[in-house]
Ligand binder design. Structure first.
Ligand SMILES: O=c1[nH]c(=O)c2[nH]c(=O)[nH]c2[nH]1
Length: 305
């Protein structure tokens, strides 16, 4: 027996890549696809597995992988959230030793390639870098928690951004900026209210598009005096407009754009030519939630998978 303590532990198959094709229309010629990366983590009575070599409580990770693929056939993939809810509930309700299941889903977006000469539709092009995310956690005790999100959504405002009035100490060299580029790669997570999570009819695709649209509109419409202020405006706009969302956490790297010195060439740089720095970057993060609602989104454990 070990004299040490087994603390939090979980296991399951990570990053099950799955493309689900749904055939619709005449002869099933109209295809719809959902391209997912699904990770399963199970929590429960796993002391013996770690300490004694007794695997009697251990549902193999291989089985969790098989379940993901079989569920895609048996139930279809209506949305990342709906699929995750089905899986998380299945693991907890089918095995007494599994107390809690967490399913993390990334979805890669594809857009249809339309060909005028062809009726059937089964060709797609990968859409940008943006990834939709969902994290579903279920246990009999705490119920269902559904966090939705996105990552790698890169946005830019080429004006309407200033940054000045900041602290200046002996190490400060940053010049005050009255017209700068504001660019960031958005990672967002939002917590859905318990009634929305429990509602089997909830349209997850619609609420995803709504949250995404409000974040983008707030980014575009906010005259920014800091990325922090823009972050707050983006989350605020979501909470104002999407009643089923209780909390928003944003992770916004400030993708710096530095004005290039063109003086050596006798040219004036009138905020026209910038050097786009890859690294380092300012990293602005924050959670905004409804008053009276306890925040649930982890501030550390951040990127899915
Ligand atoms: O929007 C900004 N917020 C900061 O906190 C900061 N710090 C910095 O150097 N540039 C910026 N920009």
């Amino acid at each position: 027996m070990s004299k040490h303590v087994l603390a939090q532990n979980q296991y399951g198959k990570a990053e099950n890549r799955i493309v689900a094709v749904t055939r619709k229309g005449d002869n099933g010629a109209w295809h719809e696809i959902r391209d997912l990366n699904v990770s399963v983590a199970l929590r429960g009575e796993y002391r013996d597995v770690h300490l004694t070599g007794d695997n009697g409580n251990c549902l193999p990770t291989d089985t969790t992988k098989n379940t993901v693929y079989a569920f895609a056939k048996e139930h279809g993939v209506a949305s990342p959230e709906a699929f995750g809810i089905l899986l998380a509930k299945h693991f907890v309700t089918s095995q007494a030793v599994i107390h809690e299941a967490q399913v993390r889903v990334e979805e890669y977006a594809w857009e249809r390639i339309s060909v005028p000469t062809r009726k059937e539709q089964h060709s797609f092009a990968r859409k940008g870098q943006e990834v939709r995310t969902a994290q579903i956690t279920y246990s009999a005790n705490t119920g269902l928690q559904v966090l939705s999100g996105l990552k790698d959504l890169t946005v830019m405002n080429s004006t309407n951004s200033e940054f000045h009035g900041f602290i200046k100490d002996r190490y400060t060299t940053l010049q005050e900026a009255y017209d700068r580029i504001l660019a960031t790669k958005v990672t967002a997570r939002w917590a859905n209210s318990a009634p929305a999570a429990a509602d089997e009819e909830h349209d997850w695709d619609r609420s995803y598009q709504k949250v995404r649209r409000h974040m983008l509109e707030a980014f575009a419409e906010t005259y920014s005096y800091s990325l922090q202020q823009t972050l707050h405006a983006m989350a605020d706009r979501v909470l104002d407009n999407v009643s089923t969302v209780n909390e928003v956490r944003l992770n916004l790297p400030n993708k710096h754009h530095f004005l290039v010195d063109l003086e050596p060439f006798g040219l004036k740089n009138d905020n026209e030519v910038y050097f786009a720095a890859d690294r380092m970057y300012g990293l602005i993060e924050g959670t905004i939630h409804r008053d009276g609602v306890r925040p649930v989104i982890a501030t550390s454990d951040w990127i899915t998978a």
